[in-house]
Design a binder for this molecule. Sequence first.
Ligand code: G4P
Length: 294
Amino acid sequence: MTVQWYPGHMTKTRRMMEAHMKLVDLVIELLDARIPLSSKNPDIDTLAKNKPRLIILTKPDMANARQTTRWEEYFRQSGFFTLAMDLKAGKQKNAAARVTTLVQQIMAEKFEQKRKKGRLAVPVRAMVVGIPNVGKSTFINLLAGKAVTTTADKPGVTRGRQWINVRTPTSPFAGFDLLDTPGVLWPKFEDPEVGLRLAVTGAVSDLILDRITLAEHLIMMLGDVAPKAIHVRYRFSSEGSHDIKNPRDILVSIGEARGFKMKGGAIDLERTAIMLLDEFRGGKLGRITLESPV
Ligand code: G4P
């Protein structure tokens, strides 16, 4: 399969991140809780190697709760500060305050040094990084308490670099200066499964692969991690002829269950595939994590 996922603007973004790394105190890395490893840009480990790192696992409301706890533990043990956070429900859950509290812990030593030198509180400068569609705009808007970035960007579409100044008078520091970065992927997926997981969750455009093939890959992934999800959602028996090794049969059954017939009676597989991908991305098949910590 030929997959073009590394357009020129991503090279530019990587250079920008490299150039600005020395300006920041902290890197906030957003990972999709459904695919924490596949959504983790290996470039960031190199670019940010001397910086404190905070990982936010986004979309935990769509991920398996037990797996999210395991992932939090995994990243903590790997030396990251970690929080799982439903950004859509962030306001109700006081997410901004949780981030501020954690950042205070992360930066405690540095603040103390500054305080001893008699320096007044200064804002924490943080670079916010993550793959397209992981929730960067939603996260920044949550911290800012209002919409300062547009969330309408589609995967692969860049937006301009910008600093967003968030002032929080009640925090021990003066707030945040957040550097918003466009969603960036990396030039080569060592493991082709990584590309597929990014595609089924919607981080890279569907157009890189035909949707029927992508939907069949999704069916195989679900066979491993949530074997009943499809049968429960589309209400056909899990007994009988369905073999996860033959995802085409399952796709046909889903199309039948939804009545997606074309003229002449054949199942419209394209329409079925689009619907299945859409429903998975919308969390309608349940809370599903596609990969486990090793
Ligand atoms: P980006 O800047 O990293 O590209 O991502 P952005 O914030 O635009 O978020 C991409 C989509 O993911 C948005 O949905 C956003 O609402 C959704 N999202 C972000 N965080 C979470 C989360 O923790 N849980 C859930 N369930 N969704 C999350 P959208 O369909 O583009 O817009 P809308 O549904 O908000 O209208």
